[in-house]
Ligand binder design. Structure first.
Ligand SMILES: [Zn+2]
Length: 210
């Protein structure tokens, strides 16, 4: 007897009803988006292998939320952590205004002074493994959210230094943790460049060099 087996991606959309959207600032229709790979036998899905996406989506603005957490789209908290993580790496975490500017221009949500301080303290105390954090949250992000995370990494780097090989490598690794390839990372960086880097202020020494 010949067994035909393989793996297949399944995408499911389930209507979950009206919910309050933090972006639209009104009640909108929401769906649950599920994307997973399945082990198949004779073309029939037998066992789930890996889940790639699981999030709630506002059908008006298409923002993605972690299921049940509607205070802000799922990308916002991760964008905040990425910005502080990168700034800390360059010992620039005291530049809270730059961090707040990046966060608001990418997501439309505020990063408060208190949040920035708490994040900087937790990250520097080693309470957060950034790549594990990105990997575990990627499932709740749509393509827009992943792009925001990568642009946040790029802009936080750009505000601190001229991009060198190891800086770009770090952004590529964040892309990899998000489950995206180099072309996706390149597109995200290009979007920031096309938007004139959102006019984010840079370190004073860098401004003088220009
Ligand atoms: Zn919405």
């Amino acid at each position: 007897m010949i067994f035909l087996f393989g793996e297949r991606i399944r995408v499911k959309t389930r209507w979950i009803g009206p919910r309050s959207c933090a972006v639209c600032k009104t009640v909108a229709s929401f769906t649950e988006q599920l994307e997973s790979s399945w082990f198949c036998l004779f073309g029939l899905p037998i066992l789930p292998v890996e889940q790639f996406a699981r999030y709630w989506r506002c059908e008006d603005c298409l923002s993605a939320y972690e299921p049940g957490k509607l205070e802000a789209p799922s990308s916002v908290a991760l964008v905040k952590r990425i910005i502080l993580y990168i700034l800390l790496g360059y010992n620039q975490h005291a530049r809270v205004a730059a961090a707040q500017d990046i966060c608001f221009k990418l997501c439309g949500f505020d990063l408060t002074d208190r949040e920035a301080k708490t994040l900087a303290r937790d990250i520097s105390a080693g309470h957060l493994d950034m790549f594990d954090d990105v990997r575990s949250h990627a499932v709740h992000l749509n393509a827009t959210g992943k792009q925001q995370v990568l642009e946040a990494a790029f802009l936080a780097t750009h505000t601190c230094c001229e991009l060198q090989y190891e800086d770009r490598l770090r952004i590529n690794l964040i892309g990899n943790a998000l489950g995206e390839g180099l072309a996706f990372v390149e597109r995200a960086i290009e979007t920031s460049r096309e938007n004139n880097h959102y006019k984010i202020s840079r370190r004073r020494e860098l401004e003088r060099e220009v």
